[in-house]
Design a protein around this ligand. Structure first.
Ligand SMILES: Nc1nc2c(ncn2[C@@H]2O[C@H](COP(=O)(O)OP(=O)(O)OP(=O)(O)O)[C@@H](O)[C@H]2O)c(=O)[nH]1
Ligand SMILES: [Mg+2]
Length: 924
């Protein structure tokens, strides 16, 4: 029998001799040749005699030159020379007219081989990771190409003719030197396909047109931008920001004063900055917004809302106070905080109070800090490289059918591995721009170092690589100007309708207005939350008003503010002294705030009814508070019964009866699963509190304290806890217990999904996820084995029922059901079906008389109800459509709790339905 394919991938195959022998005999008959991961340095001419061959795979060798005879392989469809050393392709390659795929990723090509452009049969072209500096115009001949991969080259521009490749579904251009896209780029409609691997990748270029914010928002945004540019014209805008942050008392406010005014005015010791002060600064014809952040702990969470790209980040610390033990507090934690959100942030480091330090002291501290900073960054880079190495090992293992070793990538599919690889590569390329030097200043009379600081900031902002120009359509710039001008009016916000009218006045129709608003929101000029049913009706054109709102609610001087002597509690809150005491204690211990108390806090900022409900909407949107439905809340002392909870103010200690709610040992017949989220040094500021807020979507009963919560979700008990782990790390542990293991898995995965989506908001945060071995926990081991968190996304391996417990020295085994989630649980999380099912059940139980009442309580307008009654024939359908209509309208606020509160409230009076939902979906 004729051997029809050949596979020699073992690494020991080093020389040509064996290959020659094998090929010599079989060459004529071979269809596929795979000789990846060897040490082959050249191919013999005889390769041209493999006249039937369809596919050559010589990935990961050290081939420098391809023989001309390769061009004789007239049936060849696929060439894979990934990771070799090829600098040039043979000219005759254009004769291979059946070629569908070429992969020369990771070679040494310096131009896009023009011969390739002649092969119109090509569907996939991969030239990632070469040194290509130029794309030929006749690339447009590749009419069938669907995937064109050109990441990590040196391409400065794309030829207009690329717009003719209308079959393109994937175009990767990450890590080049592009500044703009051709104006007709939106002809490449197929880039909008939504499969995992398709799309456009422009990450890590120097994009000006469209600017990076637009590029990062996806193909659709890029296309809308280009269409708008064509309709109007491109204009350049300048919106560079300077963010000044660091510990309280570092000297930020004093330094900014010296910078902006050229003279000294040291802040008084009690003049601490409250949340944030913004200043406009014009210097050498450039205009900047300077942000002076309050350094107090309380403001760390609000600071995060203002960290942004397009900013020079000035990290300030008091050099006189600094000592090695303060590195994290003064420097390290701040670098982490900013890079958690903006991984490639540009950082300057400024030491103040130089007038109080000796030259020797300055020199010593300077060297120490810069060295520590560099060393930490190197550790991170090494860690990422090691991850990439392990991942490649797993990939190689997969390709060669070998076991991939025990690492977190073992068992992943090739697609998952490739996706992980892209993510890690991004992490490696988007590193912070750390300071090479430290700027030493005194904001006291001498103003030493201040001119150098101003010079460095300017130099930094004028660096086009760090801060590329921003070009936007003229209509977007016009809208921005109009919105800025309307800031002088008294309103805290504009309604969306007002903005539509404003834009209409200069010809910007609503469909074109939306991308413009999206962009202005992304760059922080306005706030507009189009995904929130209530907030999308408002455009917050004065982001500084938001600062005033935060100032009113987040206060480092809260104890001073909350005194009965403060008139507002009597005048506005109408509280007696006794009531006030109770309200104060509930707030300071449990973070509990009635809307009436909120009105007192916001007095003088905005206190009318509409503004208050918008503020509550904003606080919920930022996940700074959660709200209890009215029927759940204890009637407030000072106003509407609805209660807000701000976990930032929680100070309760662990409840003394915790052991009753959460016995130390897992009760008999119960299963427990535990996921651990581990962070080196600190967890992202606010992660835990925001998770407490998110939990409210799912729970009805809960007990919160400063570092934990016990809650009931659908008959399962959940414990979430924040602890300081070993060796300077921080841990969040999520435990779920219940009688039925599948149900336990479902809740665990539900909350894990919430946590993962929350964590994605800190893209620069390093963390690890583990599933703690339930078997070890049951045996009471102090140091249980931790499975890599990736198992949580993995289906159970077929045919395996037990795994050896890696921590046990004897022959202990762990049930595979405690390590891999059952398929039902994975589906349970994805389906989000509960609400829909509950709606159907509730609709069935509602009567002829109460469905319209329920609709009204849920906030539907009379006209909506009329329409439903008119449009749907049967009562059953009307009831269900009413609930669906509410769900569409209320968006993420359409929760089971809200529905239950409405049904069980006085107006509808169907507590029986509310109870049946509770019995089915919640633990009572
Ligand atoms: N001698 C001397 N004192 C300084 C210098 N810079 C600031 N100070 C003093 O240090 C204290 C803190 O300065 P601030 O400018 O308020 O510090 P900050 O970083 O803005 O503090 P927060 O607003 O609380 O975050 C004040 O008492 C200043 O007078 C300096 O360069 N030399
Ligand atoms: Mg200050």
């Amino acid at each position: 029998m004729v051997k029809r394919s050949s596979l020699w991938s073992q690494r020991y195959l080093a020389g040509w001799a064996i290959l020659l022998q094998c090929v010599g005999v079989l060459s004529v008959f071979l269809l596929r040749v795979t000789m990846s991961s060897n040490k082959i340095s050249s191919l013999p001419d005889i390769i041209g005699s493999m006249s039937q061959v369809r596919s050559l795979n010589f990935a990961r060798n050290c081939i420098q030159v391809l023989p001309q005879t390769i061009c004789d392989l007239s049936f060849i469809e696929e060439l894979n020379f990934l990771q070799n050393k090829i600098a040039k392709l043979p000219s005759g390659i254009s004769h291979l007219t059946r070629l569908r795929s070429v992969n020369f990723e990771g070679n040494a090509l310096s131009t896009f081989p023009s011969e390739v452009c002649a092969i119109s049969s090509l569907e996939e072209v991969n030239f990632n990771n070469n040194h290509i500096e130029f794309l030929p115009v006749h690339i447009s001949n590749l009419k069938r190409v669907q995937a064109l991969r050109l990441s990590n080259n040196r391409i400065p521009s794309l030829p207009n003719s690329i717009c003719e490749l209308t079959e393109l579904e994937t175009l990767t251009l990450m890590g080049n030197k592009l500044t703009e896209l051709p104006l007709m780029f939106d002809s490449l409609r197929n880039l909008q396909h939504r499969s995992i691997d398709s799309g456009l990748d422009l990450f890590n270029n120097e994009m000006q047109m469209p600017p990076r914010h637009v590029c990062d928002s996806g193909v659709e945004s890029v296309f809308q931008y280009l269409r708008e540019i064509r309709r109007t014209r491109p204009v350049e805008v300048n919106r560079r920001k300077i963010l000044v942050f660091g510990e309280s008392g570092a000297g930020k406010t004093s330094m900014i004063h010296a910078m902006l005014n050229g003279r000294s005015r040291l802040a008084l010791p009690d003049e601490q900055t409250h949340v944030l002060e913004q200043h406009m600064w014009t210097v050498e014809g450039e205009r900047f917004q300077v942000n002076d952040f309050g350094g107090q702990q309380m403001y760390h969470v609000t600071n995060q809302l203002f960290f942004t790209r397009n900013a020079v980040n000035v990290l300030v610390f008091d050099m006189n106070r600094y000592g090695a033990a303060r590195y994290n507090r003064d420097v390290g934690d701040w670098v982490q905080a900013v890079t958690a959100q903006v991984p490639d942030a540009v950082l300057l480091l400024v030491g103040t109070h130089s007038d109080l330090c000796t030259a020797a002291e300055i020199q010593r501290k300077r060297e120490e800090i810069l060295a520590t900073m560099r060393q930490r960054e190197n550790t991170v880079i090494e860690d990422i490289k090691e991850e990439i190495f392990k991942l490649k090992e797993a990939l190689d293992g997969k390709r060669n059918g070998l076991f991939a070793g025990h690492n977190r990538f073992a068992g992943m599919s090739t697609e998952e591995l490739t996706e992980c690889h892209t993510l890690l590569q991004r992490r490696l390329t988007s590193r912070p721009v750390l300071p090479q030097e430290m700027i030493v200043v005194s904001s006291a009379d001498s103003l030493d170092g201040i001119p150098l600081l101003v010079h460095t900031v300017l130099q930094c902002t004028q660096n086009p690589q760090l801060f590329p120009k921003t070009v936007v359509p003229e209509s977007w710039a016009d809208l921005e100007r109009q919105l800025t001008e309307s800031r002088s009016g008294p309103e805290h916000f504009l309604t969306y309708e007002q903005v539509v009218r404003m834009a209409g006045d200069f010809g910007l129709t609503e469909d074109r207005l939306i991308p413009a608003l999206r962009y202005l929101h992304l760059v922080g000029e306005i706030l507009w939350y189009e995904d929130n049913v209530m907030l999308k009706e408002y455009v917050f054109h004065k982001p500084s008003d938001l600062i005033d709102i935060f100032k009113a609610i987040f206060r480092h001087d809260i104890e001073d503010f909350l005194t009965y002597g403060n008139d507002v509690f009597k005048r506005v809150g109408h509280m007696t002294k006794q009531q006030f005491r109770l309200v104060k204690s509930r707030f300071l211990k449990g973070g509990q705030m009635s809307v009436g108390l909120l009105r007192c806090f916001l007095w003088g900022v905005c206190a009318d009814h509409q503004s208050l409900s918008v503020v509550v909407g904003l606080l919920k949107k930022f996940e700074l508070c959660y709200q209890l439905p009215e029927s759940e809340a204890t009637p407030g002392l000072t106003g509407p019964s609805s209660l807000l909870f701000l976990p930032w103010y929680l100070s309760y200690k662990e409840p003394s009866n915790l052991h009753k709610m959460w016995p130390t040992t897992v009760p008999d017949n119960y299963s427990q699963l535990q996921v651990m989220y581990q962070f080196p040094s600190v967890s992202p500021c606010g992660l835990f509190e925001r998770m407490l807020v998110r939990l409210q979507r799912h729970v009805i009963r809960r007990e919160d304290w400063k570092d934990g919560v016990v809650a009931s979700i659908r008959n399962q008990t959940v414990l979430l806890r924040r602890t300081a782990g070993d060796e300077d790390c921080c841990e969040l542990n999520l435990y779920v217990r219940g009688e039925e293991l599948t149900a336990v898995w479902t809740i665990l995965l539900l909350l894990h999904t919430e946590m993962t989506s929350l964590l994605s908001q800190w893209p620069g945060v390093r963390h690890q996820v583990f599933l703690v071995c339930s078997h070890c926990t049951c045996r009471g081991l102090a140091d249980p084995h931790c499975f890599f968190g990736e198992v949580l996304d993995r289906p159970r391996p077929a045919g395996v029922s037990r795994l050896p417990c890696p921590n046990a020295d004897d022959e202990e085994v762990v049930d595979v059901a405690l390590v891999y989630p059952p398929p039902e649980a994975l589906e349970g999380v994805l389906q989000e079906g509960d609400l829909r099912t509950a709606l159907m059940e509730a609709a069935q139980q509602l009567g002829r008389d109460d469905w319209r009442r329920t609709g009204r309580v849920l906030g539907l307008a009379e006209a909506d109800l009329e329409e439903i009654q008119h449009d749907f024939q049967t009562l059953r359908e009307m009831k269900f459509q009413m609930l669906l209509s509410w769900q569409r309208k209320a968006g993420e606020d359409a929760t089971l709790q809200t529905l239950m509160a409405a049904l069980g409230g006085q107006e509808v009076g169907r507590k029986d339905i509310a109870d049946s939902i509770a019995a089915k979906y919640f633990c009572r």
